[in-house]
Design a protein around this ligand. Sequence first.
Ligand code: NAD
Length: 277
Amino acid sequence: MNLHDLQKWYDFTGRTVAVTGGAGMLGTEIVRSLYALGANVAVLDLHKDHADEVFMQGGFDPDRLVTVSANVLDAGVTADALDTVLAKFGHIDCLINGAGGNHPKATTGPEMSFFDIPAESFKFVMDLNLLGTVIPSQVFGKQMAEQGRGVILNVSSMNAFRPLTRIPAYSAGKASVSNFTQWLAVHLAVEYSPKIRVNAIAPGFLLTNQNRFLLTDESTGELTDRGNSIIGHTPMARFGNPEDLLGTVIWLLSPASAFVTGTVVPIDGGFSAFSGV
Ligand code: NAD
């Protein structure tokens, strides 16, 4: 192997990456980092207006960054988004399935017992996380199968390894994302091309909009009991930052991970390794 090639692994110049949920808190950081490494980036988000606000005023070159209105639960709209990406950049190298999340109405607490969670709330969360990963993987994966190469990166969560209290639908949804990651990795490699890889990241606890109301007190900003318990079970004794995800994301999209597929990588400050004793 030519050792000079090592320096090119993280040069994304000419590579096209589509990021669903790309205008979200984690998506924004991921998009910025890939853009900084030279990638062409397509930000696919339900809220295109928000995506435009975030990215169009940031000095990004419109030749290398495009925002696309997308709904990961709608195959037709997702296919239109792929067409937009192909018309703009000519090919697709990587898909990040970042759209996902929980919903307060599928979260147990003093005002919502498990027995009262409406089926439609549970279904909303399951669909957003599982189908919202499956549908773009079908649309973009088909294109990758035709090209004979590509990388898909899913976003799972800590709660996929062992469920967390209070969030049954989100835990089940992300467990299904991890399982699907393994299934799709095998399917695409065996049936289509060993040059198509599928992996996932499993972020630990980041203080973001999604969980802020669970980890900190809305009025005082102090840690809740749950927030304290998480820090107590995290050997690195802190919440993660969106930047903590970037190294693993870049590695899993790059040729540095050419022989890695079907994995779910925890990025959790040691939370999943710690028995609590
Ligand atoms: P976020 O809510 O800030 O961003 C989600 C983005 O997805 C938003 O921009 C939203 O408009 C978009 N979106 C929602 N529904 C969509 C749809 N149907 N089609 C297209 N786009 C849609 O969330 P985040 O905190 O950035 O989380 C991103 C991913 O990381 C999610 O899958 C989440 O479950 C996962 N995750 C987050 C954490 C965390 O601590 N925030 C931890 C583990 C995993």
